[in-house]
Design a protein around this ligand. Structure first.
Ligand SMILES: *Cc1c(COP(=O)(O)O)cnc(C)c1O
Ligand SMILES: [Zn+2]
Length: 390
């Protein structure tokens, strides 16, 4: 409705809307969607939002679909609860600790936000066959939205992806190929075959719209906190779409006149066995090298090299936040800590954020009075093989 153009995140070249794009044709980097926010703000107001639908398409004026009535492929994603954590907070001496529970999305993870946007745009642009490399949850979401849109889904996942993801994809009618390797190897396989097969590549940040879906996390956060952003955010980081998307959403909301220039400190949380962003952050680098021998039970964090690394590192630094690595043992322990006090069954990725937050609280980098939001990006139910029997 209000898209004006697409712009390259690295070289700044612009592209006209309404066409099929993957990466920047000039430099091969991710594209961002730009909007006429003045036009968007005429109908998208804080007042209007009060009576909008309880899903992320409530923000449709700042989402890319041109013809929402025909092309939005919706399973009820977004508008997940932002829950106070009184019992955990009491234990830690924190009065303003929240978890945003993205495990309540369709297909059990926040990948639904990105995929509803990407698949809706694929439908609008007349694309018929989608392909995606995935560490797990992106695959399940893609399979579900493709099924609902009547599009073909071709999915490539590592052999040791959690069972729930593999089963879900097959039952949603997707073509599933398991690869003896990492998500980067799956991505290479999609890249190798896509031209001959006529597939559209829906890899993280390699098409412009998953990030648009994920940015709604930022809009919801502001709206649910009555338009006052928190002091600090903990985000479990793989490809970084949600982190980059929220950073974009904050700028858009400032331009809409909804928030000021204050930004939360963003803490990127990764697994010790796969922490390219943490390593680059600590080394003061602008880009991250490929992390060798990547391994972690938190499959969503098993991304040894992210194409948007430079965008994430800049956002983290500008926000005054940081990057923290957590061991697999600490995440699995944190699942039970949160579960037994608050009744939420976190994914290991979300639990990693909780563990990282406790570390920084103890180190004095997070204040007890600060308003802190942890993103639980998925449900623990999709990771049953990670948990013991005791
Ligand atoms: C994909 C995923 C992540 C990482 O998200 P990015 O946007 O790729 O950084 C974190 N947690 C879960 C549960 C995921 O599925
Ligand atoms: Zn470019």
């Amino acid at each position: 409705m209000n898209v004006t153009k697409l712009v390259c995140s690295a070289c700044g070249v612009t592209f006209a809307p309404g066409k099929v794009y993957n990466l920047c044709a000039t430099c091969g980097m991710p594209l961002f969607v730009l909007y006429d926010l003045e036009a968007a703000g005429r109908t998208l107001t804080k007042e209007a939002l009060r009576t909008r639908e309880a899903n992320m398409w409530r923000y449709r004026e700042v989402l890319p679909v041109e013809n929402p009535a025909e092309n939005i492929v919706c399973l009820g994603e977004g508008w997940t609860p932002l829950m106070p954590m009184p019992r955990l907070g009491a234990e830690l001496g924190m009065a303003n600790l929240y978890i945003k529970d993205e495990g309540q999305n369709p297909t059990g993870s926040f990948k639904a936000r990105g995929m509803t946007a990407a698949v809706s745009m694929a439908k609008e642009l007349g694309i018929k066959k989608l392909a995606v490399p995935s560490a797990g949850n992106a695959a399940g979401a893609m399979a579900a939205y493709a099924a609902r849109a009547g599009l073909e889904a071709h999915i490539f996942m590592p052999q040791d992806t959690p069972q729930a993801n593999v089963i879900e994809c097959r039952e949603m009618g997707a073509q599933v190929t398991l690869i003896d390797g990492l998500i980067t190897d799956c991505g290479a396989e999609v890249a190798r075959r896509k031209e001959a097969e006529g597939w559209f590549d829906v890899s993280t940040l390699k098409e412009p719209y998953r990030i648009e879906g994920k940015k709604t996390l930022g809009y919801e956060l502001a709206e649910q906190l009555d338009w006052e952003l928190p002091d600090a955010l903990f985000y479990p980081t793989g490809g970084g779409t949600g982190l980059i998307g929220m950073w974009k959403a904050f700028d858009e909301m400032e331009e809409l006149g909804w928030i000021g220039s204050h930004r939360p400190r963003i803490y990127s949380v990764q697994a010790e066995g796969c922490a390219p962003i943490v390593r680059a952050f600590e080394a003061g680098q602008t880009h991250a090298g490929e992390f060798p021998n990547a391994h972690t039970k938190a499959s969503g964090l098993r991304v040894p090299k992210a194409i948007g690394d430079f965008i994430m590192l800049e956002a983290i630094r500008k926000s005054g936040g940081g990057a923290v690595a957590v061991s697999d043992n600490a995440m699995i322990k944190a699942v039970r800590e949160v579960g037994q006090l608050e009744g939420l069954f976190l994914a290991p990725e979300g639990a990693a954020c909780y563990a990282a937050m406790v570390d920084l609280l103890e180190a004095g980098q997070i204040g007890e009075d600060e308003r802190v939001v942890i993103f639980n990006t998925g449900t623990g139910l999709k990771y049953l093989e990670c948990f013991g029997e005791d």
